[in-house]
Design a protein. Structure first.
Length: 300
């Protein structure tokens, strides 16, 4: 008779002594933490969020209040970032504007992901004429100049915070749709999906409960990168004067001081640098998530 212990023992001996059962979530965290650039991006993003969300409690100044002479240089008269063309405190505007810019980026990314996942999931799952029609629809949006299209939407429906967010979300979903379609085409042919289909599972169950959870890693990475893209979009629209003048954002600070960039470049450079750091942090985190959520890389 074959001793089961004799068969199992070599397998056990070949495993690391400190752990015999793998924990994917712990492995993902460990993989992310090993990426120094990703950790730096996370720390940088947390610092920016602390500046924008906690800073106003220690520096409670209305960003729309005219506090001093216009274009006071940074560091003069106790104003760390100086004042803008109306004499408003740029430091206060940076704190208030950061919350709005990041909120727009997050909300626009959610809208893009919802549209993109829906289109990509149905195209990848059903295939055939459904895929053909949905992908031609995606290509139609993809070939449109995204900034110009968003400008048209804002110009038609008004430069409100809601309109800007919807405009950014509506023009930015095509990348998510293509990633989702690609993952659905790959996963739908796997055995566990065929087993669930043979068990008379409905299409909605297969799409949202079986395939989608397994397709999430690349979608999460793409959604993370879209937050940074949405922040840049908002800044571009504000730079062109297509933003709500009654809501402070980093893009609004840049747009309102744009005519005076040669006389007081710091009023544009400071919020521009904040946008650069935020998008950089989000991009570094996205790279780390891509490595951490990739099972092939975790097995190395």
């Amino acid at each position: 008779m074959i001793d089961p212990k004799a068969i199992a023992q070599p397998l056990v001996d070949g495993m690391p002594e400190e752990i015999k059962v793998t924990h994917p979530f712990r492995e993902m965290i460990a993989m992310f933490l090993r990426n120094r650039l990703a950790v730096f991006g996370l720390i940088l993003l947390l610092a920016i969020m602390a500046f924008t969300f906690i800073g106003p409690y220690f520096y409670p100044t209305d960003p729309f209040e005219m506090v001093w002479a216009p274009f006071t240089r940074p560091g003069q008269d106790d104003y760390i970032f100086g004042t803008d063309y109306l004499g408003r405190d740029i430091l206060s505007a940076m704190m208030a504007g950061g919350r709005v810019s990041m909120a727009i980026g997050l909300a626009a990314a959610v809208i893009s992901v919802v549209i993109g996942v829906t289109v990509g999931a149905f195209a990848g799952y059903y295939g055939g004429w459904v895929e053909e029609a949905l992908m031609r629809f995606t290509e139609f949006f993809q070939v449109l100049p995204t900034l110009l299209f968003s400008m048209v939407i804002v110009a038609l429906f008004g430069a409100s915070l809601l309109t800007v967010t919807l405009a950014i979300g509506v023009v930015s979903w095509t990348a998510v749709a293509r990633v989702t379609r690609s993952e659905f085409l790959r996963i739908r042919e796997m055995e566990y999906v065929a087993a669930a289909r043979s068990g008379s599972a409905r299409d909605a169950y297969l799409i949202f409960r079986v395939i989608l959870p397994n397709a999430l890693p690349p979608i999460i990475v793409q959604a993370n990168l879209m937050v940074g893209s949405a922040i840049l979009f908002e800044a571009a629209l504000s730079f062109l004067g297509l933003s709500d003048p009654n809501v402070m954002s980093w893009g609004q600070v840049i747009g309102s001081n744009r005519p005076y960039i040669l006389d007081a470049g710091f009023a544009v450079a400071i919020p521009g640098f904040a946008i650069f750091l935020t998008v950089l942090a989000i991009s570094l985190i996205g790279d780390g998530l891509n490595d951490a959520l990739n099972p092939k890389l975790r097995q190395r």
